[in-house]
Design a protein around this ligand. Structure first.
Ligand code: PXG
Length: 459
């Protein structure tokens, strides 16, 4: 029986009775009823009532080549018919993860040539944490097991992901995190730069907090630093240009491994295959997922740098770690086709040379001037709009987060799917957006901001 036989009300009732949603206040959702998205095409999604929405979030930061790409469905179908599943344990392999690994080694930074697969970004970060700790044990330094992360970081929802992440609300519900993980300040100039401090100096100061944490723990106790090149779920926080090269320098100075979490930034989002290339750094691990398959299949790839890989291979013996679906043949077939499409359509170059700069200009020229907007910022096709009560003082509306929800609701009512984190509106559209799509988005967002302003000022 297909869903078309059910009314929206029926689907909502069944959803409420049986389905526990991620990151959701269940009581609130059950009272309101879920919006049911039923189909999608290109940059648009459609709900069960036929409402068309321009998807400003590429699903959840993942549908980089847009919806309705038959080539991916065909790649999955062909692979399912030929070999739907076989494992990559016990000295076995299947062709698609082999070929995908080769492709990933080609596009990754020079020092990164090996891949470990999972099904989600959270799993990949679990693997990354196990791998870096194991690395130091193999190198004869088992006490080098601490990891430095950042406040507001998002590294997934498993126990390791939550522990690595810096979200207070998530830690509170953990009731006991993975030990030996500390969190330093985030490189968020809009709120954390001191009066008169330049972006450059702020970037160096934020990087210095990593050095301070290493010195405090003792370099012989610190395994790695982990960070999202641009913090995503935490509010599209783009570090100053001075930040990452300085973090890399500090990591090298103290022999601390550098782990990048590119679950959001990987596969073209910042105008290079990886943000590591955008920021000119050479990490020891790169966590990727999401856009690896444009979300058409669940798949993650932990890209492992030569330093860790050679120790693992030469000194490691058996690495007692892996998932049933590590190197899933269907997911890898879809990833191969997805990367082929990104390449054939020149989407990475397009973001770097055309749509990225156009997106930045459009946000500056059409959105930044609005009364409710404290700042706009973007990199490639990833952007943020800070919602404030007072542009000059950066004062926010109370209660915290409520203004952004008002903006979001007006955006959705005007055909624009937009997401809010705290009081920051977030944009992370499919890389197939054109200048016209960007114009359409800015028009809808501008209208939502006008309507929200009328609402918020009259309260
Ligand atoms: N690292 C980063 C940087 C992420 O953004 C994960 C790891 C975990 O990936 P999985 O596949 O396990 O979800 C993510 C996921 C949001 C939101 O509200 C963001 C994510 C997931 C759910 C919600 O922006 N990112």
């Amino acid at each position: 029986m297909t869903y078309q036989n059910y009314s929206l009300k029926q689907l909502q009732q069944i959803d409420a009775a049986h389905h526990l949603h991620p990151f959701t206040d269940h009581k609130e959702l059950r009272e309101a009823g879920a919006r049911v998205i039923t189909h999608a095409k290109g940059p648009f999604i459609y709900d069960s009532e036929g409402t068309e929405l321009l998807d400003g979030m590429a699903g959840l930061w993942c549908v980089n080549i847009g919806y309705g790409r038959d080539e991916l469905a065909e790649a999955a179908y062909a692979q399912m018919k030929e070999l739907p599943y076989y494992n990559s344990f016990f000295k076995c392999s299947t062709p698609t993860p082999v070929l995908l690994s080769k492709k990933l080694a080609e596009i990754a930074p020079r020092n990164v040539n090996q891949v470990f697969y999972g099904s989600s970004g959270s799993e990949a970060n679990d693997t990354a944490l196990r791998l870096v700790r194991h690395y130091w044990v193999l190198e004869g330094k088992p006490e080098k097991n601490r990891v430095i992360s950042r406040k507001m970081a998002y590294h997934g929802s498993t126990i390791a992901g939550t522990s690595l992440g810096g979200m207070d609300a998530m830690h509170k519900q953990l009731n006991g995190a993975v030990p030996n993980i500390v969190h330093v300040m985030m490189p968020y100039a809009y709120e954390l730069a001191l009066p008169g401090e330049s972006d450059h100096d702020f970037g160096l100061r934020a990087a210095k907090s990593v050095e301070d944490a290493i010195i405090e723990a003792g370099a012989d106790k610190v395994a790695a630093f982990i960070g999202e090149p641009v913090m995503g779920a935490g509010g599209v926080k783009i570090p100053p240009a001075s930040y990452w090269p300085e973090v890399q320098r500090i990591c090298r100075k103290y022999d601390v491994l550098l782990m990048l979490d590119e679950v959001i930034t990987g596969y073209g989002r910042t105008g290079e295959w990886f943000a590591a290339q955008t920021f000119g750094i050479e990490p020891d691990t790169i966590t990727t997922a999401k856009a690896l398959t444009s979300g058409y299949q669940p798949l993650s790839a932990l890209l492992v740098g030569d330093r860790i890989a050679s120790t693992l291979v030469e000194k490691g013996g058996e690495f007692n770690h892996g998932y049933t679906y590590s190197g899933h043949p269907v997911a890898c077939a879809v990833a191969l086709k997805n990367l082929e499409i990104i390449e054939q359509e020149g989407l990475v170059d397009r973001v770097r040379n055309d749509t990225g700069p156009y997106f930045a200009r459009a946000l500056q020229e059409r959105i930044a001037g609005q009364d409710l907007v404290g700042e706009v910022r973007s990199i490639g096709l990833m952007g943020a709009i800070e919602i404030v009560k007072d542009k000059a003082t950066k004062e926010r509306f109370l209660p915290s987060g409520s203004a952004a929800v008002t903006v979001r609701d007006h955006a959705i009512a005007n055909g624009m799917m937009l997401r809010a984190t705290g009081d920051t509106m977030i944009l992370s559209p499919p890389l197939i957006w054109t200048r016209d799509t960007i114009d359409m988005a800015c028009e809808r967002i501008g209208k939502a901001l006008d309507l929200a302003q009328a609402d918020l000022r009259s309260r």
